[in-house]
Design a protein around this ligand. Structure first.
Ligand code: DX5
Ligand code: ZN
Length: 237
């Protein structure tokens, strides 16, 4: 199922409650993507636990917290307690990813792990059953509005193959440079959860941008599934 998660990194931080409502409602955002940066793991600083607590009270849209921070083993559980429905830590920063994923799940949230562009998926194949979502970054984390890295498409495809090989229900998220001109390639490669910051909040009508991105991704995903079925039929399978 295709899901669209607007990133509030591109919203007005002085009016977050209103900005959350602008993308909510029927056919609106599936999740609100909240980028937490500590100025150590990435060269930028955004927000922390108190803002997540307040945002939780201000919107019914579930919160997808993307922790671009050092020592997520220490901090991630606090984001679950603050009300996040999904918590993503970075593979490069976690000391004990399996223990951390189990702790996030035990506290009641979906556990997710992110990979920076230069981090391969293959070493993490055996960890995938411990996760509810895998995030393939399609820009270097740290800032919104960067250009989509096409070179990440093979990693998205290989990750989808691993998920299917193990028969997992894992969601595959992409984040960075996702827009009307790149979302179809991501969906065709096998992503099903799409983070979009500037493409949503930079639009005149952010809610309409969410709907348009979802329609594009659905169509591309259906087309890719149709092609696979066609290939299977052609091979006589
Ligand atoms: C970047 C963040 C993204 C960012 C995406 O490090 O993780 O979530 O908001 O912004 P766009 O969609 O503008 O690339
Ligand atoms: Zn993010």
């Amino acid at each position: 199922m295709v899901q669209i998660n607007p990133s509030i990194l591109s919203a007005d931080f002085a009016r977050l409650a209103e900005e959350a409502r602008r993308v909510g409602g029927p056919e609106g955002a599936d999740w609100l993507h909240v980028d937490v940066m500590d100025n150590h793991f990435v060269p930028n600083l955004t927000l922390g636990v108190p803002v997540v607590e307040s945002l939780r009270k201000a919107t019914d849209t579930p919160l997808d917290c993307h922790l671009m921070i050092e020592d997520p083993d220490r901090w991630a559980p606090q984001y679950v307690e603050a009300g996040a429905g999904s918590v993503t830590f970075h593979a490069e920063a976690a000391a004990a990813p399996v223990r951390l994923a189990r702790e996030i799940r035990a506290k009641g949230a979906r556990a997710s792990m992110a990979l920076k562009p230069a981090t391969p998926i293959e070493p993490y194949e055996d960890l995938l059953p411990e996760l509810d979502m895998l995030l393939v970054m399609t820009v270097e984390p740290g800032f919104g509005g960067q250009a989509f890295l096409d070179v990440m498409l093979p990693k998205i495809r290989r990750t989808r193959q691993l998920i299917d090989k193990h028969g997992l229900q894992l969601w595959l998220q992409v984040d960075g440079g996702v827009s009307a001109s790149t979302i179809e390639r991501c969906a065709e490669a096998g992503a099903d959860v799409f983070v979009a910051g500037s493409a949503v909040y930079g639009a005149d009508d952010p809610a309409a941008a969410v709907r348009a991105l979802r329609a594009q991704a659905r169509e591309a995903a259906d087309g890719a599934a149709g092609t696979c079925a066609h290939q299977r039929t052609a091979r006589g399978a």
